[in-house]
Design a protein around this ligand. Structure first.
Ligand SMILES: NC(=O)c1ccc[n+]([C@@H]2O[C@H](COP(=O)([O-])OP(=O)(O)OC[C@H]3O[C@@H](n4cnc5c(N)ncnc54)[C@H](OP(=O)(O)O)[C@@H]3O)[C@@H](O)[C@H]2O)c1
Length: 354
């Protein structure tokens, strides 16, 4: 069960433009002692875009655990409905009308209008700009921003999915997120932006997991001295849900990470402890990493693999070399505003199947 965040900013007050329920026992989502009564009117309503994704799915559970009513959105509802039914807490919430799957396509403004009707908060997660056309991602955010304003949504919590500089530096993946942030807020709905560094879940992906389990090798395109505040997607969900109840953060962009800043060798040491055998870190040359990704991009004939690989190499050099050390987030000031308990790499790794 997700951890409960402290009560919201008092400025949140007890009112909601849409909430029709009682306001007693209010916590960050407008319910607490109300929970479990089966009264679907209680609790404010959040829409989660990208809810089938690795990022969006934990946000659904976290919102429900905090007493929110949730609409979980993806292009089709079948997979979402099945996952909700498989999760005991979510299945119970669904029976009480506190969580439902809705179909939203960013390219279909009417689907966004329907999904946002009556919503108080939008948690916006978007797919990769490598595999999706940048224009469609920006237009989708613009449609969401317009629909949110019409629906009287109080705030958007926007997940950029990657670290952001203070101002655009000409990296395509970040430029799309800057444009999306502007588009989401273009009609006056306040936007709170969270920019996460590297996900611990990447260690389970095809570009890292096989080498760890088959060759006891942790190979990653990080320089030996690059410090990284690895974050798990469940902790990003906690931070997003905490932000959803904090109007004082309107307009802010917070780079967020986990509780530790680890070099590659530190990650290998943690994995060695958890797996019970020595795991060795190799700082993978960025060119090698890009060559592997070229093969992935080349499988999709609609993608311009050469351009994407070039972009990937450029941004990975920035991650490793930029003086502002984008991966080495210090969470102390962030936790003062979003007080959640963050998961160490060791805690996370011990929960995985290796
Ligand atoms: N920081 C890191 O370590 C890290 C690691 C991995 C990925 N990322 C970044 O995270 C971002 C997302 O990653 P991902 O692509 O793997 O995605 P994901 O968040 O796991 O999934 C994408 C979500 O978007 C939904 N979606 C896709 N197209 C849509 C559309 N047209 N309309 C509405 N919903 C749509 C998908 O739903 P359906 O397909 O079910 O409709 C899914 O729920 C990318 O920018 C990626 O680079 C960052």
């Amino acid at each position: 069960m997700a951890e409960r965040a402290p009560a919201s900013d008092p400025a949140e007050g007890g009112s909601s433009t849409h909430s029709t329920g009682a306001t007693t026992g209010r916590d960050d989502a407008g319910t607490s002692r109300d929970k479990g009564t089966g009264d679907a009117r209680r609790g404010r309503l959040a829409l989660v875009l990208g809810a089938t994704g690795d990022q969006g799915w934990p946000q659904v559970g976290e919102l429900v655990a905090h007493g929110w009513r949730v609409r979980a959105a993806a292009r089709t509802t079948a997979r979402l409905s099945a996952r909700i039914a498989e999760d005991p807490a979510l299945a119970a919430a669904a029976r009480e009308g506190r969580v439902e799957a809705v179909a939203v396509n960013h390219a279909d403004a009417a689907s966004l209008e329907r999904a946002l009707a009556g919503a108080d908060v939008l948690l916006a997660n978007y797919p990769s700009s490598s595999f999706h056309d940048a224009r469609s991602l920006i237009d989708g955010a613009a449609a969401a921003g317009a629909a949110a304003a019409r629906a009287g949504v109080q705030r958007v919590v926007f997940n950029t999915s990657l670290p952001m500089p203070a101002t655009p530096l000409g990296y395509a993946a970040q430029d799309v997120r800057f444009a999306q942030r502007e588009a989401l807020g273009a009609h006056g709905v306040p936007v709170i932006t969270l920019a996460p560094v590297v996900y611990m879940g990447n260690l389970l992906r095809g570009w890292a997991y096989p080498a760890i389990v088959e060759r006891s090798a942790f190979e990653y395109p990080h320089y030996p001295d690059t410090e990284v505040a690895w974050i798990c997607q469940e902790d990003l969900a906690k931070l997003m849900v905490a932000a959803a109840a904090r109007p004082a953060l309107a307009g802010r962009t917070l780079n967020v990470g986990g509780p530790e800043r680890l070099r590659g060798a530190d990650v290998a040491r943690v994995l060695s402890e958890v797996l019970g055998r020595p795991i060795e870190f190799t700082s993978q040359p960025i060119e090698d990493f890009c060559a592997r990704m070229r093969a992935v991009f080349a499988r999709d004939a609609t993608l311009d693999a050469a351009r994407l690989v070039d972009e990937l190499g450029r941004i990975y050099r920035w991650y490793n070399e930029a003086p502002e050390r984008p991966f080495a987030v210090d969470m102390t000031p962030v936790l003062a505003e979003l007080p959640v308990r963050l998961t160490t790499l060791r805690e996370w790794a011990a929960r995985q199947r290796w």
